[in-house]
Design a protein around this ligand. Structure first.
Ligand SMILES: [Fe+2]
Length: 251
C-alpha cells in the first residue's frame, strides 16, 4: 500500500503545475510564471542530458512533488533495453543519466513520494505521476470511461497527473483531471514547453516557446548514438517522433 501524504493550505493561491521535465533545462528555464505554490508531477530525468539544474530547480521551487517512472528507474539504476521509439531513447539516455547523477540527486529522486494528497482552500487534490491505480506507470488518456474507473473510491476535487506528455483537462462528475503535459519533451505535435496554472478561477493549460536548438546542441555534443541524436532532435523540433520510427508512448 502506498503512503499518503497530507498538507493543507487555507488561502487562495496561484499554483504552477509542471510535469515531465526530463532533464531539459532550456525548457524549464523558459517557464517564467509567478506562483505561490509549485507542484511537480514527476519525471525529472532521462531523454535530456541536463538533470543537475532541473533537479536543483525542483528541489528549490516545488512545494510538493511526486515520483515518476523515470525518476524511480534512474534512481534505482534500472537498465532499459528498448529497440524502438521512446523506449529505445529511454534506454540510451538513461545510461548517460547514471553518470550525471550524484548520490544526493539519486536520494532526491528516490525520496519523492508516489502519491500526495493536498487540501487547498477546501479543495482536495491528489497528485500522482500517472494514474491512481498505477501511480507511476499507467497511460491515462483524456477518456471519460477510463478515468471514471480510476476514480472509484477516490474522493477528491482534482487529480493532477502527467506521464502522457499530452496536456488535457477533463471533468468527471465532481472531479477535474488536470494533465499539464510535458515541460521538456512534449509529444503532442507542439514543441513548446507545456504546463498549467491553477487559481480560484480554475485551471488553464499554457505553452511557452523555448530555444530547443540549445537543448539539441547538448544532445549533439554527447556520446549518444547518432540514431538517438537524430530522434531526439526530431522530438524537440516537432513535438513528436516522425512516423516510421515508432512513436510508442509508454516509456
Ligand atoms: Fe515522462
Amino acid at each position: 500500500m502506498y503512503a499518503f501524504h497530507f498538507a493543507c493550505y487555507p488561502e487562495l493561491m496561484r499554483i504552477l503545475i509542471v510535469s515531465d521535465i526530463h532533464a531539459n533545462w532550456q525548457a524549464l528555464e523558459a517557464v517564467r510564471e509567478s506562483f505561490d505554490l509549485c507542484l511537480f508531477l514527476g519525471d525529472l530525468v532521462d531523454y535530456g542530458l541536463e538533470p543537475g539544474p532541473c533537479i536543483e530547480w525542483v528541489r528549490v521551487n516545488a512545494t510538493h512533488s511526486v515520483r515518476g517512472n523515470h525518476d524511480h528507474g534512474a534512481s534505482q539504476r534500472v537498465v532499459i533495453n528498448g529497440l524502438n521509439g521512446f523506449r529505445y531513447l529511454s534506454g540510451v539516455t538513461r545510461m548517460l543519466t547514471f553518470t550525471k547523477l550524484g548520490e544526493p540527486d539519486r536520494r532526491f529522486l528516490a525520496g519523492m513520494p508516489i502519491t500526495k494528497y493536498l487540501t487547498i482552500n477546501g479543495k482536495r487534490i491528489l497528485m500522482v505521476h500517472a494514474t491512481p491505480r498505477e501511480p507511476m506507470d499507467e497511460f491515462g488518456p483524456p477518456d471519460v470511461d477510463f478515468w471514471r474507473s480510476r476514480l472509484e473510491g477516490i474522493d477528491v476535487d482534482y487529480v493532477l497527473c502527467g506521464h502522457t506528455h499530452h496536456p488535457y483537462i477533463l471533468n468527471i462528475g465532481r472531479t477535474t483531471i488536470i494533465n499539464p503535459g510535458s515541460v521538456g519533451l512534449p509529444r503532442d505535435g507542439d514543441p513548446r514547453a507545456s504546463y498549467a496554472i491553477m487559481t480560484d478561477q480554475g485551471a488553464e493549460l499554457r505553452r511557452v516557446e523555448y530555444p530547443f536548438e540549445k537543448t539539441i546542441e547538448t544532445i549533439q555534443a554527447s556520446t549518444l548514438p547518432d540514431r538517438a541524436k537524430e530522434m531526439l532532435a526530431e522530438v524537440y523540433r516537432h513535438g513528436r517522433l516522425i512516423t516510421g520510427r515508432g512513436n510508442g508512448i509508454g516509456k
